[in-house]
Design a protein around this ligand. Structure first.
Ligand code: CIR
Length: 250
């Protein structure tokens, strides 16, 4: 069970963050509304929220997931691979110290939390443009000390590993075809190309948060019996972000 989440509100310069989406400029007020709805959903899932104010030094700062890999045993402060995001992890590190053991990824390692997928006590670590082999092996060694196994997987396309796959709990995954080999096919919802964005969903306790507007994937998720909360993610999607990116849960 997760008991706590850390989130950060988007800043006024949110539109200056990194994006490859070609979906146009995000609307700041809509982004704030969508962020507020996301926070409400987390509260409904039963977690206590720490809401950080926007930090205009970092236009991508609301995507806090990338700044750490956290679980109940250890909080690992990451070292973002994107130069404009380096430093976002500093304030997160100060906060996480208050919640138990912390460790850090150090140079020349780079690692962003979006590349790290937890399935029960195993972690898949994606090697991507943001996370390098050194970062992955540092994380793997830290996780091993705390009783977790891990394996490394190449992210050939897409921003982060979790842009393409999520673990839903109960042995089930949702994935684009390229990562569907991670799990047994019988336990994986494999997405159609027009719904790839919906791979990024977020299981929080008794609920599964899913992005609004992906009817085929919604139907398949409902068939598996999950209690869903649908959230409009349009403005975050314009900045290559999704549901997992907006929080650190532990
Ligand atoms: C970036 O490119 O870093 C941000 N615009 C989006 C980060 C999304 N984070 C995530 O998938 N964990």
């Amino acid at each position: 069970m997760y008991t706590r989440a850390i989130v950060r509100r988007p800043g006024r310069n949110f539109a200056n963050g990194i994006t490859t989406s070609n979906l146009g400029q995000p609307d700041f007020n809509r982004a704030l509304e969508q962020h507020a709805a996301y926070c409400e959903a987390l509260i409904k899932c039963g977690v206590e929220l720490t809401v950080l104010d926007a930090d205009e030094r970092y236009p991508d700062g609301c995507f806090v997931e990338d700044t750490a890999v956290v679980n109940s045993r250890v909080k690992v402060i990451s070292r973002p691979g994107a130069a404009t995001r380096r430093g976002e992890e500093e304030e997160i590190a100060r906060i996480l110290v208050g919640f138990g053991t912390t460790e850090s990824i150090t140079a020349p390692g780079t690692l962003e939390g979006g590349d790290v997928l937890r399935a029960e006590n195993h972690y898949y670590i994606g090697i991507s443009e943001r996370t390098n082999r050194e970062g992955a092996s540092q994380l793997s060694a830290i996780l091993a000390k705390h009783g977790f196994t891990s394996s490394v997987i190449r992210v050939e396309a897409g921003l982060h590993l979790k842009s393409d796959i999520a673990y839903l709990g109960n042995g089930n995954y949702i994935s684009t075809p390229v990562f569907s080999k991670i799990a047994h096919p019988a336990n994986t919802i494999v997405l159609d190309p027009d719904e790839y964005y919906s791979a990024n969903c977020l299981r929080v306790n008794d609920y599964l948060l899913i992005a609004k507007g992906f009817p085929k994937s919604k139907r398949k998720i409902l068939e598996l019996g999950y209690n869903i909360i649908e959230l409009d993610m349009s403005e975050f999607r314009k900045m290559d972000g999704g549901l997992t990116c907006l929080s650190l849960l532990f």
